[in-house]
Design a binder for this molecule. Structure first.
Ligand code: MG
Length: 302
């Protein structure tokens, strides 16, 4: 069953985390701070600032502490971090991070590569992290990676996704996120999975983290909108990709997603023209062409 499209969508901007984590050029803290400021000025109200991971594995995130110390936190903006372990949570607590994401993969192979744990071990730890983060006063979103398929294993049974969602719902997480980490979802599958997941999540907010690996990103957004989803992770310029997924490509581009939403009369609160300028400026800084489309056309619709 299709629902009427939401009137407003929240954008959760991940360029500073998923977006640059695979980029060879290390983005200096100063530039990250500038980008965060620019995004907020565009109207972005949810920003994933960093992950607290081992800097040896993900060098781009090595300045997480300094970044959190120096961000000028604006009222009404949700600054978020990704955590993968107790150690990461300790670091997040120390830097008064108000919102964290905790993810478990639905694929055994990816779980081992990403966290060195089986799915059930990772899930146990994630549930502990949700509780501890909430005890520390944080809001938490709990997510399922590779919820629509896995680059290593292929199809992922929906039953496995539902099992993880059920546990996260019971854990009391504030939001549940489904991630198409390998970019394998199609719109029909999206419709079916979300329909079944929503039957479990009830009033708990549901968000989507999509990759445009096979060009189906925005088609999948549309299918999710029709199922009532109104929170989407997007990345400026369409940057992004998991270091532990072969052939991983960018997240859905913030500018392209907003262009489609605004074109359909769905509000985001974000100034698209200004966002495109920000994307173009960051593209020049990074010195390579970004995959986003709208920031590369002569007269973008903004
Ligand atoms: Mg991702």
């Amino acid at each position: 069953m299709k629902l009427s499209l939401p009137k407003k969508v929240e954008i959760h901007e991940v360029v500073l985390r998923d977006g640059i984590q695979n980029e060879k050029k290390i983005v200096p803290t100063e530039e990250k701070l500038r980008l965060i400021g620019d995004l907020v000025a565009c109207g972005v109200r949810r920003i994933e600032v960093s992950s607290f991971v081992n800097p040896k594995l993900v060098p781009q995130m090595a300045d997480a502490e300094e970044l959190w110390e120096r961000i000028e936190r604006k009222r009404g903006v949700l600054y978020s971090a990704l955590i993968l372990s107790e150690g990461g949570l300790e670091r997040a607590i120390r830097f008064r991070v108000p919102h964290v994401g905790v993810f478990v993969s639905a694929s055994e192979t990816h779980s081992r590569k990403n966290s060195n744990k089986s799915v059930s071990e990772a899930l146990k730890e994630a549930v502990r992290l949700v509780g501890r983060a909430q005890d520390a006063g944080m809001k938490v979103r709990a997510g399922v990676m590779n919820a629509f398929g896995c680059a290593y294993e292929g199809a992922v049974p929906v039953s496995r996704v539902l099992k993880l969602v059920k546990v996260f719902k019971k854990s009391g997480a504030d939001e549940i996120c489904l991630a198409d980490s390998s970019g394998l979802a199609n719109p029909l599958q999206m419709e079916g999975v979300i329909h079944r997941v929503r039957a479990l999540t009830g009033e708990t907010a549901l968000s989507l983290h999509l990759h445009n690996t096979r060009g189906l990103g925005l088609a999948n957004v549309y299918a999710a909108l029709e199922q009532g989803v109104s929170i989407f992770d997007t990345s400026l310029g369409g940057l992004g990709g998991c270091p532990f997924i072969p052939g991983a490509r960018g997240n859905i581009a913030t500018e392209d997603t907003i262009g489609m939403l605004h074109g359909m009369g769905i509000r985001t609160g974000i100034d698209l023209c200004r966002l495109i300028e920000t994307s173009r400026r960051f593209e020049v800084f990074m010195g390579r062409a970004f995959p986003a489309l709208l920031s590369h056309i002569q007269s973008p619709p903004c």
